[in-house]
Design a protein around this ligand. Structure first.
Ligand code: A3P
Length: 297
């Protein structure tokens, strides 16, 4: 087994093959076993670096794939419809192998750990990315809600921790690079959070086309309406508030915080932003990827 390294700024995490895992919930033997998880041709995986629009896309997927979710006859949380692949400990009563098809999973895993069966290019992956400055800001606030990570005393501390990858999922740069570099190995659709903000309907249509699902105008209207930030904030099935209370403190906030592009400007200093831009250029400059850092109001 590859070396396991403790994380200096967070005792709840460990570093393994370049990824930061939760110590109590994701043991390395289990994580390694996921490579052999039996993939079905109609499986759908949503993959994100944390705080990039995961819960949003879970909601969209769930609304597209389930009529009962659209018309409100099936009262099952999105979190159960689209379970967290590498955190099966949160769903101890569910056997992921026996779930009915088509199975929907959500994962933050890097490409290194993903089931080999996905390389048959039949099962589908939707990868959502978001500009890393907003991801950082969102992660910073999320610390107050989640009891699984050590809270940084201030943003300066968190800024350094994030750049060093001492947060769940490790370095943002590595996650994006890994998936982008291996994109041709998978049947994968890349989406950007900012494009979803600009034109949600087009994003929903793109997902439908990728999944081969045809929705009539009425169904499409429902998906788009119920996936807006405003609707999701008050939709008990869309939020993850059923997650175990010992790990999450929803009194301190929610997954639905601001949902904006460019919120990083409200916390990052000019010096931090310039340093980030320099590192971004060094690490990502050779990739054909553009990010939107702000949308004028
Ligand atoms: P902010 O903290 O910047 O508000 P994840 O689900 O990957 O943890 O990402 C959470 C981020 O997605 C939060 O960002 C949250 O507000 C945002 N988000 C969730 N649902 C959204 C929606 N319907 N529209 C826009 N942003 C949404």
């Amino acid at each position: 087994m590859a070396a396991i390294t403790p994380v200096s700024r967070d005792s709840n995490l460990y570093l393994y093959k370049g990824f930061c895992f939760l110590k109590d919930m994701m043991p390395p033997e289990f994580i390694d076993s996921l490579k052999d998880f039996k993939i079905r041709d109609d499986d759908i995986f949503l993959i994100t670096y944390p705080k990039s629009g995961t819960i949003w896309t879970q909601q969209i997927l769930s609304l597209i794939c389930s009529e009962g979710h659209r018309n409100g006859t099936e009262k099952i949380d999105t979190n159960e419809r689209v379970p967290w692949f590498e955190c099966q400990i949160l769903n101890p009563d569910v056997d992921y192998n026996s779930l009915p098809s088509p199975r929907l999973f959500v994962s933050h895993l890097s490409e290194t750990f993903i089931p080999q069966g996905l390389k048959n290019k039949k099962a589908k992956i939707i990868y959502v990315m978001r500009n890393p400055k907003d991801v950082m800001k969102s992660c910073y606030h999320f610390q107050a809600i989640v009891n699984l990570a050590e809270e940084s005393p201030d943003f300066k501390h968190f800024f350094e921790k994030y750049l060093d990858g001492e947060v769940l999922a490790g370095k943002w740069f590595d996650h994006i690079r890994g998936w982008h570099t291996h994109k041709d190995d998978y049947n994968i659709l890349f989406l950007k959070y900012e494009d979803m903000i600009r034109d949600l309907r087009s994003a929903v249509k793109q997902i439908c086309t990728f999944l081969g699902v045809e929705l009539d105008d009425e169904a499409m209207d429902i998906v788009v309406k119920r996936a807006t930030f405003k609707e999701m904030k008050t939709d008990p099935l869309a939020n993850r508030e059923n997650l175990p209370g010992e790990h999450f403190n929803f009194k301190a906030g929610s997954f639905m915080r601001k949902g904006q592009v460019g919120d990083w400007k409200n916390i990052m200093t000019v010096a931090q932003s310039e340093l980030f831009d320099k590192i971004f250029q060094e690490k990502m400059g050779d990739l054909s990827l553009n990010f939107c850092w702000q949308i004028p109001q």
